[in-house]
Design a protein around this ligand. Structure first.
Ligand code: FES
Length: 116
């Protein structure tokens, strides 16, 4: 594993993400409430460029006929078929076994690095 320093931390404001190309991989780095997460720009369902999808929230588990919205800013929704993934864990909210390829993010000395 090699750490690739890609940007200054301030270049990714909270709630935003930026894209980087590293070793032929397209990787999105997301700032979720001050923490950085890196995911491969590839949806495990059918291969869409996942990072083109919106960052949003989702409906939480709740009793029948009650709808509770939460996790605002923690979910990315695939632009093709709408599968939702938790940016922090990489887990699919649609199909339990699907998971995003994630990378460790190094945040030191004001710089953002991705371990690839
Ligand atoms: S390709 Fe992402 S939900 Fe289908």
């Amino acid at each position: 594993m090699t750490v690739h320093y890609v940007d200054e931390a301030g270049q990714i404001p909270e709630g935003q993400h930026r894209m980087y190309e590293i070793d032929g991989k397209s990787i999105g780095v997301y700032n979720v409430k001050g923490e950085y997460y890196a995911i491969l720009n590839y949806c495990p369902h059918q291969g869409a460029q996942l990072c083109k999808g919106p960052v949003c929230g989702t409906t939480l588990l709740s009793p029948v006929y009650e709808y509770e919205y939460g996790k605002q800013g923690e979910i990315v929704r695939c632009p093709w078929h709408g599968w939702e993934f938790d940016i922090r864990t990489g887990k699919s909210l649609v199909e339990g076994k699907s998971r995003l390829r994630r990378y460790a993010v190094i945040h030191e000395n004001g710089k953002i690095g991705i371990e690839v």
